[in-house]
Design a protein around this ligand. Structure first.
Ligand SMILES: [Zn+2]
Length: 229
């Protein structure tokens, strides 16, 4: 490619970049709203502008409800004193429920995992939110996570099983390894969620590590059938 063509392509990219990232707005109010939306993950300036235009076209009441919900959520949300789940009260609905099995605690990275597991309707125990994973690469150690409070819960003696429901990543495995060592002195059953092949998946497309773990964590055929139903 000729040098002049490279320079003109580069100039075009610069112009496009300037157009999309330095939009000119007819109103400072619109500009502020777009910039505010654009700070959210996955929302660029074009999407932010579309959202602002949508709000402008709708009833003022709708915008008021959205902003009120955000302000209330941000100022009134609490974190459960037992499990660190998000909660409207000091103790979350799961920890305070008389129907939950208080002898089992499922350790998760964040409260989104609780939502996912609760929606399976196949788990009836409690949770403990670590609020992250141990990550030496990112400088995250156990002291930055809710590890101390997990140990304190176990020391109370009610918990008999800990289920590690962490992401199958290096950080997830590091965290499981650390916690298992830390908790090994307690009279506890420590388990990890099975890591296998997604329902509807095809064996030939599954990576070797997942396939190997699926074979290692194989189940008797009867319990496989029971789990499916
Ligand atoms: Zn709780």
């Amino acid at each position: 490619m000729k040098l002049s063509k490279i320079i003109s392509t580069y100039a075009l990219l610069l112009i496009l970049n300037a157009y999309f990232y330095q939009m000119i707005f007819p109103s400072k109010l619109i500009e502020d709203a777009v910039n505010a939306f654009a700070t959210l993950p996955g929302i660029g300036k074009k999407t932010a502008l579309r959202l602002v235009m949508h709000l402008l076209q709708r009833d003022k009441e709708e915008s008021r409800k959205i902003s009120e919900a955000i302000i209330r959520m941000r100022s009134e949300i609490k974190f459960c004193k037992h499990c660190h789940n998000v909660s409207d009260e000091d103790i979350c609905g799961i920890c305070s429920s008389p129907y939950k099995d208080k002898t089992v605690v499922c350790v998760v990275e964040n409260f989104r995992d609780i939502i996912a597991i609760e929606n399976t309707r196949h788990y009836n125990g409690l949770y403990h939110v670590l609020e992250g994973l141990i990550s030496p690469m990112d400088g995250v150690g156990p002291e930055q996570l809710n590890v101390k409070s997990l140990v304190e819960r176990i020391e109370l003696g009610t918990v008999k099983e800990i289920i590690m429901a962490l992401n199958p990543t290096i950080d997830g495995d590091t965290t499981i390894f650390y916690l298992s060592k830390l908790l090994s002195k307690h009279d506890l059953k420590i388990t990890s969620i099975a890591r296998g092949i997604a329902f509807g998946g095809e064996l030939e497309y599954v990576d070797e590590i997942t396939l190997a773990r699926s074979i290692q964590a194989r189940l008797p055929y009867e319990s496989y059938l029971n789990n499916k139903s």
